[in-house]
Design a protein around this ligand. Sequence first.
Ligand code: SF4
Length: 463
Amino acid sequence: MKQERKLHIKSFGCQMNVYDSRRMADMLAPEGFIETASPEDADLVILNTCHIREKAAEKVYSELGRVRRMKEQAAQDGRQMTIAVAGCVAQAEGGEIIRRAPAVGLVFGPQSYHRLPDLLARAARDGKAVDTEFPVEDKFDHLAPPSRDVTRARGISAFVTVQEGCDKFCTFCVVPYTRGAEVSRPVRKVVAEAERLADAGVRELTVIGQNVNAYHGEGPDGRPWTLGRLLQRLAQMPGLARLRYTTSHPCDLDDSLIAAHRDLPKLMPFLHLPVQSGSDRILHAMNRRHTRADYLQAIARLRAAQPDIAFSSDFIVGFPGESEDDFRQTLSIVGEVGYAGAFSFKYSPRPGTPAAEMAEQVTDAVKDERLQRLQALIDQHQAAFNRRCVNRRLDVLFEKPGRHPGQLVGRSPYLQPVHVMAAKGHIGEIEPVNITEFGANSLFGSLAVSERESRPVLAASGA
Ligand code: SF4
């Protein structure tokens, strides 16, 4: 039996990173690593970094300063702590991280985490190890699946990566450089992973990829399957009650995906479809490959297929050259679509991307002012959407106990957290809930069927 060691992984950024962190933990479990919530106690601390957000590298270096002090304390207590940096900042910075932060023992990119045990051994032997290659082998083939107990403990919602990398080269984005070209996993492997998750009690599956709707994995018939076709296949699994996917590009919204929204009741009527800007001039400078009209047409097609669908988006304000008029077009697209929510960020240059070299960088003061205006508008639309949910009956998938005794928290079809007084036995079940109140980010309601009338939950197994 391997010696028991403690592992702490801190994930930054997107759901891809959360998924990757879980797979790292799965990879290290056979080596005796058990996850701990407190980095101070850990034998191995992994910072799984993201390069999308502002000043990503600086944030990692400041976090490393904190972890280094923990490592020094551990050494004083006679313990050895290894610090590793993973993810997109690791990919972009490589060995530079070890030069600037000598306490770091291991640096590896998103394509290398299936080699973690070897890398750790190398770091232990040589003092340091760096691996930021883009290997030709499929890392997913080498990943250890988590045990049934671990999967259960992680809850009833899970992610499965179906696609990685991106070929779009938006001028502000590092993903094509840090995650590499688009690669799709074969349908058979995705289905096998989904079956294992459903078998362990997962009810909601989110299919993820940097550009997930560009999915073109090999199907059982030897031909590339679209994401729409893959979702149709996953919808056939009886254990899975809900399907979602993220993140999508407007240009890759094909007929099969629109048909999936029309035909699959399990596919939730909520789509994160980033537009980034409402101005054609800026969309062109961003190399988004679509116009405002193309985007609005995609939204209209989805609404025609699924009238109940709601949308969220990402916005960048202050992209180089963005005028007040361009920005107003962004404000107007928010009103035109009527988003249920959205993420908005100030543009910040990423070294090595074309936009970082563009003239006409917008000043910070202008970016701040525009961001405030945009966020206020998004908040208004989000509140209006939440308000429209009041007096509706929504199906809620209950996930966990709430903060108050006797309360559970679940998710509506639109991903809003919904707080309801209900017995714990409802966790993992989808129940109709009458929505009675709304908050900035969540809803409140009561079970539409009283506890007494409600069918017995999880009691029927008799095990
Ligand atoms: S579509 Fe654009 S923003 Fe999205 S990952 Fe690819 S390059 Fe980045």
